[in-house]
Design a protein around this ligand. Structure first.
Ligand code: SAH
Length: 209
């Protein structure tokens, strides 16, 4: 498949819904994020290994999560789990005139994503334990976790702006469901989107031991 065919198939499956997310997926070249040996699979709808036991998510997962996060531009976004940097790149296209912070705790992947994201001026890649969020730049309008969480870490909820949205895969080490959190007048509304997924585990202080 090529990029256009992939996007068409995600639309046909009803996973890609909005024009703006479609355009963002068409703008970002996934082959630049998967590593040379995987380039030929860049537009297959599958997760791919990026080394260190980690993966770049399947394109359908990126489509579903990006739609659910509802990025409107001019916002401050935090991603936990930079990995290859691909999801951050898609978010940065949607969040024109805003800022994206993406945090990674594996040094080699921090460097890999930084290299892949060099041309994206509104993305900051941070090395550290994202299970604690990134207090330095809080509050965030949007927080997205691209690793599986045992529960939503307290610091993320604290660092979310009022009226902000947070999306995370929550469940066991091996299978999770997407949970969307909205903060309204300091109350927390959690909605299980009922979309099953299998992310690599969140590590660190508030993650899996
Ligand atoms: N968004 C990525 C997918 C990354 S997979 C992409 O588009 O390619 C999940 C990533 O989360 C892995 O790179 C893993 O190392 C990272 N991770 C796991 N626990 C973390 C933590 N506590 N802090 C920061 N990153 C973490």
């Amino acid at each position: 498949m090529d990029k256009k065919e992939l996007v068409e198939s995600l639309k046909n499956f009803g996973l890609l819904k909005s024009k703006k997310v479609e355009e963002a997926l068409l703008k970002v070249s996934r082959e630049k994020f998967v590593g040379e040996e995987n380039e030929k699979y860049a537009y297959d709808d599958i997760p791919l290994s990026i080394g260190h036991g980690q993966t770049i998510s399947a394109p359908h997962m990126v489509a579903v999560m990006t739609e659910a996060l509802d990025v409107i531009g001019g916002q401050k976004i935090l991603e936990i789990g930079a990995g290859s940097g691909y999801q951050a790149a898609v978010l940065s296209v949607l969040n024109h005139s805003g800022e994206v912070y993406t945090i990674e705790n594996v040094k080699e992947l921090y460097e890999f994503s930084r290299k892949n994201l060099k041309s994206y001026k509104n993305i900051n890649v941070i090395f550290g334990d994202g299970s604690e969020g990134y207090a330095k730049k809080a509050p965030y309008d949007r927080i997205i976790a691209t690793c599986g969480c045992p529960d939503i870490p307290g610091p993320w909820l604290k660092q979310l702006r009022d009226r902000g949205k947070l999306l995370a895969p929550v469940g066991s080490m091996y299978v999770q469901s997407l949970v969307l959190v909205e903060k309204k007048d300091d109350s927390i509304l959690k909605q299980d989107l009922g979309f099953p997924c299998a992310f690599v585990p969140l590590k660190g202080r508030f993650g899996w031991k």
